[in-house]
Design a protein around this ligand. Structure first.
Ligand SMILES: C[S@@+](CC[C@H](N)C(=O)[O-])C[C@H]1O[C@@H](n2cnc3c(N)ncnc32)[C@H](O)[C@@H]1O
Length: 274
């Protein structure tokens, strides 16, 4: 009920949508400031059961599916050779787990995470900042960086919150170096997908690839259901449990069912600034 009301309000007006998402993410940090929750995406699981598992440290195992989404995005189909030595920006870095994973495993020269939730940024700097990894407050639609600063811009499950996707893409184009890559993974209602695809195709950057990963995300949500449910039971008062289950995409939630029936789809795009 609360989740449905939230969705309905978001569809009323783009400025209201942005305001509500910001309040929601600020609330989450106030409500749950602990460090054992560092990813907020729905995850990714390979569909081929024979595909080798991404090797992870034991301490990363609880976040396997969210990490796999980052790993997939950051090494998309092998088309970006690797992030070695590159200057990377993540827009919408959330609780910082993605930037931290990339810094530790994919060898960029540096990675900056930017997020409009001041509380999330403070939490990330407290938990994760290290040499070559820093979190900065900022709005995706007005990025606080000079032109031509980054080799790669990554954006995971964040763009659906923005007031103007076009303004965001203009900013990405501005801060990317020539030849730099923009990789964006996010979900949209199937009837809004055409708008997103159109914006990507007419972004002024070269669209290298577009991949539908809806089935991978549904599989990840199924496989991660028990872990998430146990965490919610342990840490959430009853009143909040249903909206949180919905937000987390547990099996049986509306978001899970809509992804399963493809009323909502999850896509990944890679573009190059030429
Ligand atoms: C679903 S979370 C994903 C976080 C992270 N990418 C992950 O996968 O764990 C969406 C994030 O986008 C951020 N966000 C939403 N709108 C934003 C905006 N206009 N500018 C910057 N960050 C924004 C939110 O604060 C939130 O941290």
């Amino acid at each position: 009920m609360i989740a449905e009301l939230f969705r309905a309000l978001c569809h009323l007006n783009p400025t209201l949508k942005k305001f509500l998402w910001k309040r929601w993410y600020e609330f989450q940090v106030d409500y749950y400031p602990k460090t054992d929750w560092s990813f907020m995406n729905y995850g990714y699981a390979p569909l081929d059961a024979n595909q080798a598992e991404l090797p992870l440290l034991p301490e990363d195992e609880p976040n396997r599916y969210s990490i796999q989404l980052y790993h997939y995005v950051a090494t998309l189909l092998g088309m970006v050779p690797s992030l070695t030595g590159l200057q990377v920006l993540e827009v919408g870095s959330g609780r910082g787990g993605g930037c931290e994973y990339i810094k530790r495993n994919l060898n960029p020269h540096s990675i900056k995470g930017v997020d409009f939730s001041l509380r999330a940024v403070a939490l990330c700097n407290l938990n994760f900042s290290s040499s070559g990894l820093i979190f900065i407050p900022g709005d995706a639609e007005s990025l606080p960086f000079v032109d031509n600063s980054f080799d790669v811009v990554i954006n995971v499950e964040s763009s659906h919150c923005y007031r103007s996707f076009e303004a965001f893409v203009e900013q990405v184009k501005r801060v990317l170096k020539k030849g730099g890559h923009f990789i964006c993974a996010d979900l949209r209602r199937a009837d809004e997908l055409g708008i997103l695809q159109d914006r990507m195709r007419h972004s002024g950057m070269h669209l290298i690839t577009e991949v539908d990963i809806t089935a991978n995300v549904v599989k990840a949500l199924s496989l991660d259901h028990d872990r998430k449910l146990a965490h919610i039971r342990k840490s959430t008062p009853r009143l909040m449990a249903n909206p949180i289950k919905e937000y987390a995409g547990l099996k049986g939630s509306k978001i899970y069912n809509r992804l399963r029936t493809r009323e909502i789809m999850y896509l990944c795009f890679m573009l190059e600034k030429n």
